[in-house]
Unconditional design. Sequence first.
Lengths: 219, 219
Amino acid sequence: MAEEVVLLDFWASPFGIRVRIALAEKGIKYERREEDLRNKSGLLLQMNPVHKKIPVLIHNAKPICESLIQVQYIDEVWHDKAPLLPADPYKRATARFWADFVDKKIYEVGGKTWKTKGEEQARAQKEFMESLKLLEGELGDKAYFGGENLGYLDIALVSYYCWFHVYEKFGGFSIEAECPKLTAWAKRCMQKESVAKSVPDQQKVYEFALHLKKILGIE
Amino acid sequence: MEGEVVLLDFWPSMFGMRTRIALAEKQIKYEYREEDLRNKSALLLQMNPVHKKIPVLIHNGKPICESLIQVQYIDEVWNDRAPLLPPNPYQRATARFWADFVDKKIYDLGAKVWRTKGEEQEAAKKEFIECLKLLEGQLGDNPYFGGKDFGFVDVALVPFYCWFYTYEKFGSFSIEAECPKLIAWAKRCMQKESVAKSLADQEKIYDFVLQLKKALGIE
C-alpha cells in the first residue's frame, strides 16, 4: 500500500510540532512543506478552505485539519505501533480532557504573557502558571502523561516547550522555578528522537517572536 | 457494564443536551441532576474543579467533563448499539472536525446575536449564517451529517436548534429562509425520540434569555 503523506506546516507552530512528533513516533515517512503564512499556497487554501490554517495533514490526497484531530487520526490509521491514546475509554477521556485544557489555556494565555505588558501581562502570567501547575498535578510521579511512554497529552503539551523560553524572557519569570517537575518532564521528552527532531531551536523561536512583536507594533 | 450514571446539567444548555441525546441513543438509564449555576453544588465543584461547568457525566463515581469528550466516551463504552462515530478513521476525523467547528463558531456567534445590537449584531448575524451555510454544504443531500444514520456531528449541532427561535427573535431574521436544508435536517432529527426528549422547549429558552438579559442589564 503506497502511502502518500504530506504536512503543510510552519516551522514555529506548536500545532505543527504535535503532528511532526506523532508522525515520527509512528515512523511514517512524509513530505513536509513550509508555508509562508503571509502568502498561503493554493494547496493550503484548497485543503483547508474553512480555517485556512496550518498544519494540514494530507494522506493519499485527502486533508485532515486541526492538530489534535490529526494526532488521533495518525494513531488510528497506524495503530500497529507506538499507541498514543490509551486503550481504556476512561483514560482516553481523561487524556482528551487535558489536551483540550492545553488548547483552551496554554496557547492564548501564553501568548498574552509576551504580547502584553503591565497588569494584563501580570494576570496572564498568573493564569499561565496556575494552568501549568494543574498539568503538573495531572502528571504526578509518572515519567510521561501517557504513563511509561510518550502519549497523546505529552504530544499536546511538549509542542509548546520551545515557546516557554519566549514567555520566560519577555515575562521575566522562570517556569522551572515554579514547575520543576514539569520542566523535568519536558527535558525527558526532549531526549526522545521523535521530539528532538520535531521541535525548532528555542533561540530561533525567541528571535522570531522579537521580529513578530516589531511587525505587530507591540513594543 | 452499565453501572451508575449521573449527569450534572442545566436545562437550557446545548452542551448538556448533547450528552442527554447520546445517553438516550444508547438507551442508558441515568440520574439527571439540575444545577443552579448561581449556586453550584459541592458535587459539581468536586467533579469539575478545573472548569466548574456543566455538563458533568459521572460514571461509577468518576467524572468525565466537556460535552464532546462525554459523547465519545459514551460511544466507546456502550459500543454495542447505536454507533455515533463511524468506524473509518478518515470519516471519524471529518466528524471530529465539523463538531469542533460547531464548538468554535456557533455558540459564540449565537450569543453575540442575542446579546448585542447595531453593527456588532449585524456582523454576528452575517457570520452566523455563513457558518450555518458551510454546515449545510457539509450535510449535502444526506439525511444526517452521519450519512444514512444519525451521528456525532448531528449530536453536536442539533441542540442549537431549540435556540434558533431566540436568535431569530432578537436578531430579526429567519434562519429557515437562509438555510432551509438545515432546518429540514433539524426537524428530521426532532422526529427521533432521543432528540425530542433532550432538547428544551424553544419558547422556554426565549423566556429564559429575556430574564437573563434583564439580570445582566442588557437592554
